[in-house]
Design a protein around this ligand. Structure first.
Ligand code: ADP
Length: 458
């Protein structure tokens, strides 16, 4: 800082000396003062030019930061230092702003990637920012609606009450406004205060949660109902046996009924346990290559036994045929495959009146898949029931299913097993004519006889 007054002083002295020297030669007085005055003026002019130069450069704004320092000469002197320091400060600031900007962009990108809707509201609950998911949930436009009060855009009365009551921290469940899919979407909305009066609005798609809660409730109600019915019958018979004094024949009849009801409950519990163990793991833990012929033999033997139980004097009530293509092996869990095939064959026997026929087949298709099919000439199923048959406890005819000892879980088990083996379940049926249930196993699980032996010899 001393350089500035010293340079002025030095120039003044130089001017005064030059004035004195000139006055000495010209024989004039006061020239030293004029010389000093002139030198001061020169200094002021140069200084002003330098200041002007600094102001001009500052006018360039941010361009000043990026200007090449080698371009054009600097103002020099103290003004040069001032300019240098300003430029350095601006560069530091610029770097900080760039870092903040990139951090902000990362935050916004993270909010965009969120599976939840995010809306930032100002103190007046006007939209500051929202992500794409929130646009879908609330029917907003991320560009057009910025600065708009959200209460003007989302008009559901429940949402408006929720907004006025946002401080309570409660959760609102409401339908989404813009439907991304054809199914209605349920949203869970919550509001959190931040930065003195601003609001963070979060929305989450809870459709699946709510649907599975409803399904769980319905499932429990069904289980309770299924167990209550045989229990009521059982307790009725127990009461009869206790209060009345039935003769031997009546007593025997009661015991037969009681056995039927206990059997029904046992089947129900067994089916429930099978279903829950199937749902525990998405793929079977043990897989082996099964001889399809032997699988067919086992399920068809069970079908013969079941049919014999339905006929008179132990005679089979149905004509049961079995068709199998050349030796084929199917990779999968033996117990599960037997359970799925057995369920379909069992249903065919139970839902075909005596005298009807049933054909069980396992045929290798041209594309390498294996089609296991059960055809019957039974009661058949009306088209509107077919899509719901694999739902738990869904029955076409409740009375008929119960009288046949059905639990309503058989086809749900078949569908689970098919899914675990990558197979598809197809149902074709005509009322009064009969039904065909097919399981098509993918080619990668199917081995022809010779392929099977070749792969086992390796
Ligand atoms: P259930 O234990 O009642 O047989 P399922 O899940 O195995 O339960 O079958 C569901 C319903 O589908 C049955 O109640 C029955 O009404 C119908 N159904 C299944 N298989 C057949 C079939 N082969 N013919 C006619 N109806 C059938």
């Amino acid at each position: 800082m001393l350089a500035r007054p010293l340079s002025l002083l030095a120039l003044q002295m130089l001017g005064a000396f030059a004035g004195w020297w000139a006055g000495h030669w010209l024989g004039r007085e006061h020239c030293a003062w004029w010389g000093g005055w002139f030198a001061t003026m020169v200094w002021v002019v140069v200084d002003t030019v330098r200041a002007r130069n600094v102001i001009d450069r500052l006018r360039a704004g941010r361009g000043l930061i990026h200007a090449n320092p080698a371009q054009g000469s600097g103002p020099g002197g103290m003004w040069g230092d001032v300019l240098d320091r300003i430029v350095r400060c601006l560069r530091v600031q610029e770097q900080e702003i760039a870092e903040c900007q990139s951090r902000l962009e990362h935050f916004l990108a993270a909010f965009q990637a969120s599976p939840n809707g995010v809306v930032l509201l100002d103190v007046q609950q006007r939209i500051d920012w929202c992500n794409q998911r929130a646009c879908v949930h609330f029917g907003l436009d991320a560009q057009r609606d910025i600065g708009q009060a959200i209460s003007h855009l989302v008009r559901d009365p429940e949402f408006l009450t929720f907004l006025t009551d946002a401080h309570s921290g409660r959760e609102l469940v409401m339908p989404a406004r813009a439907q991304a899919s054809q199914h209605p979407i349920s949203l869970s909305v919550q509001a959190y205060p931040y930065a003195q009066g601003k609001w963070l609005l979060l929305s989450r798609d809870v459709t699946t949660d709510r649907r599975s809660q409803a399904m769980r409730r319905e499932f429990l109600a069904n289980v309770a109902h299924e167990i209550r019915t045989p229990l009521t019958v059982l307790s009725g018979f127990v009461e009869t046996l206790q209060t009345l004094e039935p003769n031997k024949a009546e007593r025997q009849r009661c015991l037969v009924w009681m056995e039927k009801q206990t059997l029904r409950m046992r089947h129900l519990v067994e089916d429930l346990l099978v279903l829950s163990s199937l749902e525990e793991q998405s793929v079977p833990t043990t897989r082996t290559r099964n001889d399809v012929r032997s699988l067919l033999d086992q399920v068809v033997a069970d079908a013969h036994a079941l049919s014999a139980g339905m006929g008179e004097e132990g005679k089979e009530a149905h004509q049961i045929d079995c068709i199998a293509s050349a030796p084929v092996y199917l990779e999968g869990n033996t117990q599960e495959l037997l359970s799925a095939m057995g369920n379909l064959v069992g249903n065919a026997v139970r839902y075909t009146p005596a005298g009807g026929s049933i054909t069980v087949s396992a045929v290798l298709q041209d594309d390498g898949t294996l089609e296991f099919a059960v055809r019957d000439t039974g009661y058949g199923i009306a088209a509107e029931h077919i899509p719901r048959l694999t739902e738990r406890f869904y029955r076409v005819d409740r009375g008929r299913s119960r009288s046949q000892g059905g639990t309503g879980l058989g086809l749900a088990i078949v569908a689970q097993i098919a899914h675990r083996h990558g197979a598809t379940l197809g149902i074709d049926s005509t009322v009064g004519k009969g039904s065909t249930f097919k399981l098509v196993f993918p080619a990668n699980l199917v081995y022809r006889g010779q392929d099977f032996h070749r792969s086992y010899n390796v």
